[in-house]
Ligand binder design. Sequence first.
Ligand code: DSN
Length: 432
Amino acid sequence: MDNSQKFNNSHMFKHIDPILANALNLELIRQQNSIELIASENFVSYGVLEAQGSILTNKYAEGLPSKRYYGGCEYVDMVEKIAIDRLKALFNAPYANVQPHSGASANLAVYYAALEPNDCILGMALDQGGHLTHGSKVNISGHWFKSHFYGVNPQSGLIDYDEVLAIAKTVKPKIIIAGASNYPRIIDFEKFRKIADEVNAYLMADIAHIAGLIIAKLHPNPFPHAHFVTSTTHKTLRGPRGGVVMCQEEFGAKIDKAVFPGLQGGPLMHVIAAKAQAFYEAGQSDFINYQQQIVTNAKYLAKTFLSNGFNIVSGGTDNHLMTIDLRNTPVTGKIASEALESVNITVNKNAVPNDPQKPFITSGIRVGTPAVTTRGMQEPQMKLIAELIANKLYNLTDQTIHNKTLACVKELTADFPIYENFLLERKASIKP
Ligand code: DSN
């Protein structure tokens, strides 16, 4: 994070009522004092915070720039156009809509634009690394559409493109979804497009997790291959919580109509301003260095986990995340994530491919490096973190190790502060 961007935030919460401010301060302290390894989380810049906390929250702007249903949109038009142009430039995208409130809304917008109820869709299974919105039965995507799934090869942990083609030929989907929330390897969008063409399907790429890596050219771009590309803006992209849809020009009007009035009302203009700020930051050269360090850190973390006796799905990682398969240890994903939370290390329990455990228990934990890398941590810290995790998980009930780990985490997080000065005045009122 660029120190020159810091504004004087010593009065950050001075207008918030003390009860609410107390909760916000406690969350800030939690973020400062924890090692955040949830692969989908990050710490945004002061610029993103400032834009998202701005007066743009006051403005209704249903419609699109220059085509609004409300007056007074001259300046929010400027903001939205900036966001659209920056996003298109980052991904070489022919068309973009920056209004989706989330990644789930962005995916639904593509389905609404491209599909009819009961059409067939093909996505990666949730337990193999996919996402709820890629056809899971408990999600609208699996309820309104006939959803089918591909997975990963049980031995290699990799997507088997021949299998994807075979399934596609059998189920004849109208859309194929390439993308994951827990896949540690490169996704070959070009191969996916060839498969889609063979079965006359659309290709949608959900790049929520890997958007930042794509911008830094550390992962192939889904353009020009995909018909539709969706993303969140808050993971490796390090922007505000939100979504976007990009697409080939010919689908632009349909996507716009699907987002509004199809699915949403007024766009969140303050969030769109924060997206525009994040896209600006993603266009700077230090963003590329940041993404490179994310991958370096993830590879180093994976290597240290392996040398500490853990199994990693697919044997390592090419991106920002990995899944530790805990089946050779006495702990489940649930036990591991709770034990790590007790020493201020935050991960999420996650299914491993063909997991024998229920989704609320699981046999794995997902570990990612975007947030710790934003704090400035590098290889030595990755080694330490992997060793702290191993020590805790192999000695669950040892109170001495528990206390030592807590102390180490405290020292490490103190060395890599986030949002210095937020507290100051309110610190005294905090009652943990
Ligand atoms: N919740 C996101 C993640 O953690 O990957 C996906 O929606």
